[in-house]
Design a protein around this ligand. Structure first.
Ligand code: PEP
Ligand code: MG
Length: 325
C-alpha cells in the first residue's frame, strides 16, 4: 500500500470525477522546506515562523529573517508559501519578549494579540516578508508568498494587521501579496461572512479551533486526546467557513493536524475545503485517498456527517470508503 501511494505522490490530487485539491505542507523552519517537493508537496500552506523568535536570545534582524525566508523561497520557487506572522504565546513563549506570566496563556496574549502589543516587531517581520517578495519578483518574475495572521477573534484585529501590512508594503514599494487569516477561534467562524468580504483566503487551524470549541486544552494530558476533530461541531464550523468564503469567491484551506488523517481529508474535501496542508510525510497518503474517490460522492457523504451527533458516529461513517468510489 505504502509503495503504491509513494509511486503516485508527484501526481496531482484529483478525484475520479476531476475535482482538484491542493496538497501543500506545514513547515516550521527552512530545513523542512527541503523535504516538500521530494514528498509530492505542492507548496507551503503554513510556515510557522515562531522558529525565528523562539530560540533566539534577542529579536532577529530583518536581514536574518529575510535570509531564512529566502532559503525557503530558493527551494520552492514561485510556488505558494503561506507565511504566518508569529504566533507566540499560548504554548509558545519567547524569553526576550518579557512576556508576563499568565495563568491561562491559551486565553491570553498570544498570536496577533501579542503582535498588537509589539507593533515594532510585527512591522519588522512584515518588512522582511515584503522585501523577500520584492527581491523574488525582481529576480524571478513572480512570487508565491502569502501572509497570514494567527488567532484572529475580531474584525478589528484583522483590519489592524492588514492596515499595518499595507503601510509597510507601500513604504517599500513592494508587490501586493494575498492576505489571509487563520480560522481558529469560534468567534471568527460566526462572523466569517464579514471576514470573507475583506480577506483573500482562510486557513482553518483545527488544533486551536477544536481546543476553543470543545473547551479542552490541546496539551492537557487527558483531555488532549479527547479533543478530536471528528466532532460534528468542528465540521459545522468548517462548513460555515466554506459557505462564507464561497459567497465571496475566496478559498479555504485546513492546516491543522486533522488534514493529515486521510479519512478526515476525505471529509474536508466533501465540505468544500480547497487546500490541505500537512507534514511532508503525509502528502502521499492524503493525495492517494483523494484520487481514489469521487467528489460528488464526497459531498453527499459530508452532508451525512454534518447530521451526526457525535464524533464516534462520524468516525464510523468514514471507516469505509466503498460508497465514495
Ligand atoms: C492550528 O491551531 O491548528 C494550527 C495550525 O496552528 P498551531 O498548531 O501552530 O497553533
Ligand atoms: Mg493555532
Amino acid at each position: 500500500m505504502r509503495k503504491a501511494e509513494d509511486a503516485q505522490k508527484h501526481e496531482p490530487a484529483q478525484t475520479r470525477d476531476g475535482h482538484h485539491v491542493e496538497v501543500v505542507c506545514n513547515i516550521a523552519n527552512p530545513e523542512d522546506s527541503a523535504k516538500i517537493l521530494g514528498q509530492g508537496g505542492e507548496g507551503v500552506g503554513l510556515l510557522r515562523t515562531e522558529f525565528l523568535f523562539e530560540a533566539a536570545p534577542k529579536e532577529p534582524s530583518v536581514e536574518e529573517q529575510m535570509a531564512s525566508l529566502k532559503a525557503i523561497v530558493n527551494e520552492l520557487g514561485d510556488r505558494q508559501i503561506v507565511v504566518r506572522t508569529s504566533d507566540i504565546g499560548g504554548d509558545k513563549p519567547v524569553q526576550w519578549m518579557n512576556m508576563p506570566h499568565e495563568d491561562n496563556p491559551f486565553l491570553g496574549i498570544r498570536g496577533l494579540r501579542l503582535s498588537m502589543q509589539h507593533e515594532d516587531v510585527f512591522r519588522r517581520q512584515l518588512e522582511a516578508i515584503y522585501r523577500v517578495a520584492a527581491w523574488q519578483v525582481k529576480e524571478q518574475g513572480s512570487t508565491g508568498l502569502h501572509i497570514m495572521f494567527p488567532m484572529i477573534a475580531k474584525l478589528s484585529e484583522w483590519q489592524w494587521a492588514r492596515d499595518i501590512a499595507e503601510l509597510v508594503r507601500k513604504g517599500l514599494n513592494a508587490p501586493e501579496l494575498p492576505l489571509g487569516i487563520m480560522i481558529e477561534v469560534p468567534s471568527a467562524v460566526l462572523i466569517a461572512d464579514h471576514f470573507a468580504r475583506e480577506v483573500d483566503f482562510f486557513s482553518v487551524g483545527s488544533n486551536d479551533l477544536t481546543q476553543y470549541t470543545l473547551a479542552m486544552d490541546r496539551l492537557h494530558p487527558q483531555l488532549g486526546k479527547e479533543a478530536d476533530n471528528y466532532h460534528p461541531a468542528i465540521l459545522k464550523m468548517i462548513e460555515a467557513t466554506v459557505k462564507a468564503a464561497d459567497a465571496h469567491g475566496k478559498w479555504v484551506g485546513v492546516c491543522g493536524n486533522m488534514a493529515a488523517d486521510p479519512n478526515v481529508a476525505a471529509l474536508l474535501v466533501g465540505l468544500g475545503v480547497k487546500e490541505l496542508s500537512v507534514s511532508p510525510s503525509n502528502v502521499a497518503a492524503v493525495k492517494n485517498i483523494i484520487r481514489a474517490v469521487s467528489y460528488d460522492k464526497l459531498k453527499i457523504k459530508a452532508q451525512k456527517a454534518l447530521e451526526m451527533g457525535s464524533s464516534e458516529a462520524v468516525m464510523a461513517l468514514y471507516r469505509n470508503h466503498d460508497d465514495l468510489v
